[in-house]
Design a protein around this ligand. Sequence first.
Ligand code: MSP
Length: 489
Amino acid sequence: MKYYITTPIYYINDIPHIGHAYTTIAADVLARYHRAKGDEVFFLTGTDEHGAKIAEAAERAGKEPQEFADELVPKFVDAWKNLNISYDEFFRTTDPKHEEIVQEFVGKLKESGYVEKRKYEGLYCVGCEKFLKESELVDGKCPDHKKEPVKQAEENYFFKLSEFGDKILAKIESGEIEIGPDTRKNEVVGKIKQGLEDVSISRAGVKWGIPFPGDPEQTIYVWVDALLNYYSATEIYAHTTPNPSSERRGTAIPPLAPPDSGGGPEWPADLHLMAKDILWFHAVIWPAMLLAADLDLPKKVFAHGFFTINNQKMSKTIGNVIDPNEVVAKFGADAVRYALLREFPFGEDGDISVEKITSHYNSLANNIGNLLQRTLSMMNKYQVKSEKLKVKSEKVSIDSELEQLDFMGALKKIDDLAITTNKNIADKQPWVLAKEGKTEELTEVLVGAHSDLQTIAELLDPFMPETAEKMKSQLKSLEPEPLFPRLEE
Ligand code: MSP
């Protein structure tokens, strides 16, 4: 089975933060899980490099936008490397091949009759890269960026989104495009039913973008450019051999994982993953663009929640932005991956902090780490060999949790298995059994624990690949070494 999964392509106006890491880790868990099942996975991530937001950030830094982008891309590549993200391709929207595909696509849209040039006046938020309605403002400001949007009057090309409401509703209702979680799907459906407004797909005042076909005065709206990355990655792969990543502009970005044997991704995507902030673009505007161009729709779009840091919105002004590299340096990639997905349900909003990651690290050490240590040391001490007894390990599956993107539920199940096994050791007291010479019972407890640890390592693999690897090798050698060493102050 093919499995094509994507993250949003992140704006590179600044270095990556823990929010970007969250979605990317979740996608990585799914990619690894599907690879282990034998699926032909293609995992796409990347950077969104055009538009006013990036141009302004570059200007503040006194750089040309392309130069600025080229400097920021490695920060994302490094962060993903540190977090063990096994993407198959890192996509940049300044890839000339992508620019060509976007122009071609917009050219097709124009021909389809769904594009019209109109005068428009609206309130634009550069932070969101979109026009906001008066009704969306709070105290005259964008609720997400706490800034007043700028009044803009220009002549733009409009995409007639208003003509797609019923078609998209039908596709959602028939399940042809699945939107999750349900609460978000209902919000989207409700909003579509209120009627869709046409959207501007070009900008007259923005130079840093892909030229609009047939009108060099305008550039293509950055969101049209960005959404198309999911499709254009498939086109680039289909028409380029070998792996195009070596030929791309700017920094050479080697794919971390060798592309799966089947080659590149095929449209449509199986899953677009993102947070709720950009669900509308993915669940409505993107499908409408695809319908207008007669292309298939993504099979599933899932929006997870937003988290705060210490109960506050993450912001530079507050100074609570968490740099993924810093927490990885302190806790290791695996504990960070675990903590983010274990803390609150995927799909809901939550809160994260360094203290919370610390406490997850300690629980890992006290539960799974301790179980491995004590099992292996007792096996050594009492000369128990794992092949001595055939013991049935608890059958635990996290398939249904992962199918539903319930990462927290899956991790909880794994933790619970370790808790049960630890409790069994505490109850049976192998040290007493050894003293009393009850060899068979002693062996049963320890070999049972050994086999449960094997199960735990397998289940943990997509979440904590390094830890799973270490566990498997220790279970083989029977030489214990702490999985989660005491943290330095
Ligand atoms: N460039 C657009 C996406 C284009 S995709 C065709 C964009 N970029 S972004 O850099 O702002 O990234 C937004 C995404 O980052 C969210 O949808 C989410 O995946 C992730 N997150 C950013 N902050 C987050 C939190 N505080 N909590 C959870 N996810 C967060 O939008």
